[in-house]
Design a protein around this ligand. Structure first.
Ligand code: AMP
Ligand code: GLY
Length: 430
């Protein structure tokens, strides 16, 4: 079967790499892709915003499945246009992608369905925001832009001045925001494939959203991840699915807008159990670069089962028990103003260490890959323990020659510390 993959990041390189391992794959087309995706796919020029052209391409080339990687074309309704033309799609409709497209929409759904999440108010004016801050919330408080913001629309304000500064930006023009209670706990991401009815848990991960070591500095799209997130124990995962994911899918069905694709639940593991921080309507980036190398199955088959509403016939997804850890190498200046154009060398050397090098913001000029975006590479290694996976991933990272780049050295620190404590406990018990 021929497949069209849309998107240009490290997530799409990981998807292309994994799809290329499916025995049923014919030609993999990708648009716009990147030099990493091109190792597994034939790149084609297609603008995802131009639905008619994407539909025509899929029809003319007999594409049996379109996989939509990023959120923007989902929220823009590309999956609806393809489905209306009879083309199977992995990715939710515009109405279902609203779970990611509007934080206020998701919070209202949670409130109606009794889904555990932070207390909130939706505000549409600065005056309403100020009133909510004066009345309902204590500090710290979380202030979020309502719409898509690539991980940059959230402020955790510890002082009234910080809250005011965030609101100054949000209500500079017409705006809509959600103000939330601050949740305490550890974060974990849970991925669930669904055709709207059946669910297939598809792995967990922990992202590192802050740009700096020790989780400091501004939020980014994610500087590294590892999978599985052992802090999300089987018991907590079952609770998250029963108390958060399933009621959400039921509410979407009841509204006549079933969600089909991968639902990414960002969870806070609080003292009283998992609470929803946010939903995404797609795989995480860089979480996909850690989860897909652990998936021990046929990605094309499960994606097709999702697209065709047959997920309930499939056996549960199997993952290898090892840990996968991914380190993102970003262009200096990211996330504010990444410096593009820097030459990237050493990808072969990194791969020779056994690491997987996924390309994200890269393009080729005459002499090889150069940086073209904020997050440039994601280097993944798989090993028996998180400490070993981390050491192996950094061996790969250290083989990369990209002077204009930077990365965090502490990806996986929480889990490495946990693993260390378990070892000490085991030693004490003999
Ligand atoms: P979001 O874009 O909604 O995932 O938020 C980005 C990050 O802000 C999350 O990954 C959390 O680290 C943090 N965050 C968001 N909402 C809350 C909350 N209610 N309580 C504490 N931290 C939050
Ligand atoms: N890494 C966070 C995201 O993909 O939204």
């Amino acid at each position: 079967m021929d497949v069209l993959l849309l998107g240009a990041g490290g997530r799409e390189h990981a998807l292309a790499w994994k799809l290329a391992r499916s025995p049923g794959l014919g030609t993999l087309y990708a648009a716009p892709g990147n030099p990493g995706v091109a190792r597994h796919a034939r790149l084609v020029e297609l603008d995802a915003a131009d639905h008619a052209t994407v539909v025509a391409f899929a029809r003319d080339h007999g594409v049996g499945l379109v996989v939509i990687g990023p959120e923007a074309p989902l929220v823009d309704g590309l999956a609806d246009s393809l489905r209306a033309a009879g083309v199977p799609v992995f990715g939710p409709s515009k109405a279902a992608a609203w779970l990611e497209g509007s934080k206020g929409f998701t919070k209202d759904l949670c409130a109606r369905a009794g889904i555990p999440t932070a207390g909130y108010v939706r505000v549409r004016t600065r005056a309403d925001a100020d009133a909510a801050l004066a009345g309902t919330f204590s500090l710290p408080v979380v202030i979020k832009a309502d719409g898509l913001a690539a991980g940059k629309g959230v402020t955790i304000a510890y002082t009234p001045a910080e809250a005011a500064a965030a609101l100054d930006i949000l209500f500079d023009g017409p705006g809509e925001a959600v103000i939330e209670e601050f949740l305490e706990g550890e974060e974990a991401s849970l991925f669930v494939l669904t055709d709207g009815v059946a669910t297939m848990p598809f792995g967990s991960a922990q992202d590192h959203k802050r740009v700096g070591e020790g989780d400091t500095g501004p939020n980014t799209g994610g500087m590294g991840a590892y999978s599985p997130a052992r802090v999300l124990t089987p018991d907590l995962e079952a609770r998250a699915i029963a108390e958060i994911v399933r009621p959400t899918l039921a509410a979407m069905r009841d509204a006549g807008t079933p969600f089909s694709g991968v639902l990414y639940a960002g969870l806070m593991l609080t003292a009283t159990g998992p609470k929803l921080i946010e939903y995404n309507a797609r795989f995480g980036d860089p979480e996909a670069q850690a989860i897909l190398p652990r998936f021990d199955g046929d990605l094309l088959q499960v994606m097709l089962a999702v697209a065709e509403g047959r997920l309930g016939e499939m056996p549960p997804a199997r993952f290898i028990p090892e840990t996968a850890l991914t380190v993102v190498i970003a262009a200096k200046g990211y996330p504010a103003t990444p410096r593009t154009g820097g030459r990237i060398g050493g990808i072969d050397l990194a791969e020779a260490t056994g690491a997987l090098v996924f390309q994200a913001g890269s393009q080729t000029d005459g002499d090889g890959p150069v940086a073209s975006g904020g997050r440039v590479l994601a280097v993944t290694a798989v090993a028996r323990s998180v400490a070993e996976a981390r050491a192996a991933a950094y061996r790969g990272v250290d083989a990369i020659d990209y002077p204009d780049g930077f990365h965090r050295r502490d990806i996986g620190w929480r889990e490495v510390a946990r693993e260390q404590r378990w070892r000490e406990v085991a030693r004490e018990r003999g």
